[in-house]
Design a protein. Sequence first.
Length: 414
Amino acid sequence: MTSSQVISAEAKQVLITNDRGGYTVPTEGLYPYQWNWDSAVAALGFAQFDVDRAWVEIETLFQGQWDDGMVPHILFHKSDPGYFPGPDVWGCLGPIPSSGIIQPPIAATMARLIWAQDEEAGRARIAALYPKMLKWHSWIMRWRLHRGAVCTTHPWETGRDNAPDWDNTMQRMDASDVGEYTRRDTQHVDSADRPTKFDYDRYVKLVQIGRRLKWDQAAMLAESPFRVADPTMTFTTLRAARDLRTVGQALGADTAILEADIKRLEAGAATLWNPALGSYDSRDVLSGEWAGCVSNASYLCWFAGVENKDMLARLRAVMERVTYPVPSNDTGAESFDARRYWRGPTWAIVNMLIGMGLADMGHVDEANTLAKKTGDLIAEHGFAAYFDPFTGSAAGGGTFTWTAAVWLAWAGGN
Ligand code: GLC
């Protein structure tokens, strides 16, 4: 076997080991449940060697869909004391114990890609998923839009938990009454690689607010102190709308609503362009302030089918300057921290989404370079959650499902 085949066999084994029967945990210990966007990526990984299991992953995710269409960011299939905040803290309302927030809606995109690999047999599977995916999409369109951009109501929703994008908004929040709680994450991995207590107090406080409001979106819209329009949610939702339209058309559905959604979201994406920064940025919709952050999510424009020459120039420069691009924060920013989670490290999952977008939009050289560098990173440093962008050293511990899936589906070159 070549070394690449050896790594592929290991990657496959990571998925199999993290499989809990119908769903996959992101990693043993630290994340013992089903996470929404991790699961979508896991499905694409499974599709490389077991397409039936790939469909099952997404089907299980949608079993947790709430009546109103929301698909939670975590499904707590079996209780595990090693994770905080668990189901008792969230006060869940869905068919499966869950959190009360979402994550970037990439499931529709992954389902479409899986269908492309399983055209005939997959038709019935995608036809059954389509109305559910559409319902979740409509929920986002109904509750989360601001000037057409998609807002997050909790940093965890974007999947970029402690990104500097939220710093100003979090500074303004009062969490003095959050009470006592015990973090579990820092019992599994080095606290220097994790969010600070200041951030964690506010994460928990936002959960308490949502729970008090019974996760009623109208009430949260009126009362929650956290509402930020962000590139992750906006670009992934726009991409989902396009993929849902493609799937809908292939199934003979009327896609006029999606057509209109795409236009609104395209207009919304344009509102995230911060001219002073020269980048897509997050915008606090309550204060009107820009975050002033060039993150890896800023480069998801191509994934959403949005071309931008300035971002392309910026990406080329980052790929020259940084050994293992794309860092989750501008390396020159004051908030840059090479090891701390979403404040600097490189995440293979985001690289894959950026790379898929680049390839779709005809930037094949950039897409190939990014895939090659991500592949080298994984080959040299393992299936970590995230990596120091300069040294490549693995951070966050664990053997991560989505990093293994990214290898199998994109970076491994097979
Ligand atoms: C962390 C990440 C998030 C991911 C989760 C499970 O919270 O920030 O994006 O979904 O871990 O891997």
